[in-house]
Design a protein around this ligand. Structure first.
Ligand code: ATP
Ligand code: MG
Length: 251
């Protein structure tokens, strides 16, 4: 594997009727890195995640994970192979407790998500450890729907961690967070990567992305318009042009 990449997309393309949301995207994510994906609203970032995680089938192109073609696989199979994601619109089971939300993800990974399962004490313990890791241990028994957005985003990450992935895709984890919460999120993402998980991060909060990512790919109208270090992309004329032409310039 090494230099050829943990996750590779080749000419990955998605059409919605007449709209090409993702347009021949070649992306290589290397093991151990934090790889940012940025671009104006509607650039195709979430659609790209949906293609990688099996929520959408590509119109054209390939997705390869650990050297194996995965495009066309259903989402649960892709989870088993080692890719977990969070959603731009958080989707916890609002009636279940924070701990139960993590246990459901755990059950999904280890028992195939088939029917209800009664977790062993050791599994509850493990789920609590994950909640400690993300700073939600003291909220474990609250209904997930009662958490403020910053905590719900952490719960999304906790659920993804319970899936024990090799690759984690985070869709706007910093959206709606205060500056202080973003500081904590930065540390959390770094710890996740130190724990051996590779991270791809879609994000609009630029200081966060620039701070944390080793490499950034920039999408605009579904196409890759730039890729490089945070420094390189921040000074790329095509990137500046894309952002000036959109409402994101104001962010
Ligand atoms: N299921 C769908 N059906 C039709 N069009 C869609 C669908 N999903 C996304 N689109 C369109 O595809 C384009 C890319 O959308 P996408 O959500 O991937 O953008 P994004 O980069 O994630 O934007 P944002 O930063 O606002 O989250 C947009 O024009 C969007 O309206
Ligand atoms: Mg999006």
């Amino acid at each position: 594997m090494g230099s050829e990449g943990l996750l590779v997309t080749e000419k990955l393309t998605k059409d919605f009727g007449g709209l090409r949301a993702v347009d021949h995207v070649d992306l290589t994510v290397r093991r151990g890195e934090i790889h940012g994906i940025i671009g104006p609203n509607g650039a195709g970032k979430t659609t790209l995640f949906n293609l990688i995680t099996g929520y959408l089938r590509p119109t054209e192109g390939k997705v390869t994970f650990k050297g194996r073609r995965i495009d066309g696989f259903p989402p649960h199979r892709i989870v088993y192979l080692g890719i977990a994601r969070t959603f731009q619109i958080v989707r916890p089971f609002t009636e279940l407790s924070v701990l139960e939300n993590v246990l459901v993800a755990w059950g999904h990974r280890h028992y195939g998500g088939l029917g209800p399962f009664l977790p062993y004490a050791s599994e509850r313990q493990h789920a609590m450890e994950i909640l400690e890791e993300v700073g939600l241990a003291d909220r474990a028994h609250l209904p997930a729907g009662t958490l403020p957005i910053g905590h719900q985003r952490r719960l999304e990450i906790a659920r993804a961690m319970a899936l024990e992935p090799e690759l984690m895709l985070l869709d706007e984890p910093a959206a709606g967070l205060t500056e202080e919460e973003i500081g904590g999120l930065k540390e959390l993402v770094r710890r996740i990567v130190e724990g051996g998980i590779t991270v791809v991060l879609v994000e609009h909060r630029m200081t966060f992305v620039m701070d944390i990512c080793e490499i950034i790919t920039v999408l605009d109208h579904g196409r890759v318009i730039a890729e490089g270090t945070p420094e390189e992309v921040a000074h790329d004329p095509a990137v500046i042009e894309a952002y000036l032409g959109s409402a994101d310039a104001a962010r």
